[in-house]
Design a protein around this ligand. Sequence first.
Ligand code: SAM
Length: 208
Amino acid sequence: MAKTALDLYHKYFRDRQFERLDMFQMINDRFNIQRVLYPGSFVHITPSFIFSDVVYVDNDKQANLFFSKPEVYPFIAQNKVYTQEAHVKFHFSDYRNGFDEVEDHFDLLISQYAGFVGQFCKQYLKNGGLLLANNSHGDAGIAAIDDDYQLIAVFHLRKGKYSISISNLDAYFEPKSSSQITKEYLTKLQKGIGYKKTASVYLFQKIQ
Ligand SMILES: C[S@@+](CC[C@H](N)C(=O)[O-])C[C@H]1O[C@@H](n2cnc3c(N)ncnc32)[C@H](O)[C@@H]1O
């Protein structure tokens, strides 16, 4: 492990300019987000700088150790942009096996480079809640063909900054190849397929 818990956060996120703070801020500016769930978070605590109530889930030992360190919490308090106290919870769990959180409870589910979070953790998301997913492992591609989700916005990353777009959403997730794409196929593939038009991150709404 890095020298202190916070060194780990700096090493992986701040030093690499990979915090994605502006993306979380844009979501907070546009939607009423109270509770956030982040399975496969590792030590990416940036959502807690923007959202006051975040539950993190990871089965990595380093992540478990990180969240047990007291210095993490004043760091969040120093970086947060809201006035209320930060509520931060961590489950040391494999998210595929479930964890002790209430179903239909969260307003935002974050899926970033950590497998099929949008599928395995869907039950924790409220109806009308949002799934923020990239397609690194194919999670966004599965959400795009899942009747429970509807694409409502995309984020493009240019020169280190995210921008949000809601235009021409029908053009995303059109496969480059003409073969029939199913959930089963994408689950097995675990890395997403090529699409004619892509974004860096996708925002879906749970509609049923
Ligand atoms: C590449 S890291 C991504 C970290 C963070 N989401 C980000 O965007 O920087 C993937 C993380 O997902 C976690 N992960 C993958 N599958 C998991 C599972 N089934 N249950 C819990 N955590 C998982 C790994 O332990 C790892 O910490």
